[in-house]
Design a binder for this molecule. Structure first.
Ligand SMILES: [Mn+2]
Length: 430
């Protein structure tokens, strides 16, 4: 039997508020063309069909059109839900889609209750059994053992629950048929792209490689967006990866679908088929001058630009976007400032300190206007009624006046107070 494995369509996802619908539709068309060309018996979609639990009508249309194309080709579809999908919505659709040879798995179920999906080859000669393991939340994992009729194994860790569930499902495989697993799980040690939801690729949801039993001929996985062989799994096991480069964390990745050929009792033949649809995401960096020399494909790329500049200047990002209209992200980067050691700041005036700060922070000399404004602000802050800084320091250093101090010291006359207190100090020490 020949199977096409794809996952993580994330239909409806935007990139920095830019719609990816056209690219998604093109990529889904490309996948159905591969299915047609390869004459596959089944397409297995391993979760995260939609980006959102309440997708837009446009996103729904794109997905249902894709399913319709597979149906028109006479291909069976097995679709499992991922952590982005709404299991209840897919559950509601399941009986309807079943009429079009689309098998939906929206929850973990026992082998007799839908946990094993069986597909016939186009010619009816062969049978494929797929153990289906949609995304299971941590809370749901506590009931996994019960679902599988393994109540002696309740209250296990997530990893152990998932392992028990997968092993129980695969133990139900029947001789003389092809055997596959379709799962939306995180196998520990897989390489992530930071476009997956962080919590769901952490330790809580990590499933160990030996959760996948050796009786499985091919394990088709979804959840991790970079196409890869799942590390440490003893049988052929792949993440097909996402349909598009979903975020700049996926920049440079070649997206693909997997074609898998199975015969009962024989090793699987696996090949990756690269996808060419969708724009490439690219990181570029440089000065405004060097960016003008970059060769950029405006129609096929989206850019994240790091602009090296001497300091903040209004309109820099706009200048970059004028130069590179497909720049979705512009980051400014200033060169590292070298700290000048051994300077005694007490020897400098506030104006000099301010000037030095600006020079160090922005690598540019402040304008005369700015320095004048600083002087004016400083004068206002100190205020005419206030004593010069030197007198305030003197007051701190001198002993306080006693209650019997001469009443000639007028209030708010610090100069007089300094003089009076200095006299007291001299008398006291004599
Ligand atoms: Mn995903």
């Amino acid at each position: 039997m020949k199977i096409l494995h794809t996952s993580d369509w994330h239909v409806g996802r935007t990139l920095h508020r830019v719609s990816r619908m056209d690219e998604t539709r093109a990529a889904l068309r490309e996948v159905s063309e591969i299915a047609e060309r390869e004459q596959v018996d089944a397409v297995v979609v391993c979760g995260d069909i939609f980006e959102s639990q309440s997708p837009s009508a446009e996103a729904e249309q794109a997905v249902y059109e894709a399913l319709q194309r597979f149906c028109d080709q006479g291909v069976s579809v097995v679709l499992i839900t991922g952590n982005h999908d709404h299991p209840g919505r897919w559950h509601a659709l399941a009986p309807l889609l079943r009429r079009f040879n689309v098998h939906v798995a929206d929850d973990l179920r026992g082998p007799e209750d839908g946990g094993i999906v069986e597909i016939r080859s186009r010619d009816g000669a062969e049978s494929l059994q797929i153990a289906v393991v949609p995304w299971v939340s941590e809370r749901r994992s506590y009931t996994a053992a019960d679902l599988m009729g393994r109540s002696e194994k309740t209250y296990q860790s997530y990893a152990d629950s998932m392992s028990t569930a997968i092993h129980t499902l695969c133990e139900a495989f029947e001789q003389g048929k092809c055997h596959m697993l379709a799962g939306h799980v995180f196998i520990s040690g897989s390489s992530v792209s930071q476009s997956e939801r962080t919590l769901t690729i952490g330790d809580i949801y990590a499933v160990t490689p030996n959760a996948i039993p050796a009786t499985v001929q091919y394990a088709a996985l979804g959840h991790v967006h970079m196409p890869q062989k799942a590390p440490g799994v003893p049988v052929p096991c792949r993440y097909s990866g996402s349909l598009l480069q979903l975020d700049f964390g996926e920049a440079g990745q070649t997206k693909s679908a997997v074609i898998c050929e199975l015969e009962p009792g024989k090793p699987a033949k696996i090949k990756e088929v690269p996808l060419s649809s969708g724009r490439r995401l690219r990181d570029i960096s440089g000065t405004l001058e060097s960016l003008t020399l970059e060769t950029v494909d405006l129609d096929c790329e989206y850019l994240r630009v790091t602009l090296t500049c001497s300091g903040p200047r209004p309109g820099l990002s706009d200048q970059v976007r004028e130069l590179l209209p497909n720049a979705l992200v512009v980051k400014l980067e200033y060169p590292d400032n070298e700290e000048v050691a051994g300077v005694d700041i007490r020897a400098k005036s506030p104006r000099e300190l301010f000037q030095g700060y600006l020079a160090a922070r922005y690598q540019s000399d402040p304008s005369a206007d700015l320095l004048d404004a600083f002087d004016q602000l400083l004068a206002e802050a100190l205020g005419e009624a206030r004593p010069p800084v030197g007198q305030l320091l003197l007051l701190d250093a001198l002993p306080p006046l006693s209650d019997s101090a001469p009443s000639r010291i007028a209030e708010n006359d610090p100069a007089a107070e300094v003089q009076a207190r200095a006299e007291v100090a001299t008398v006291g020490s004599g």
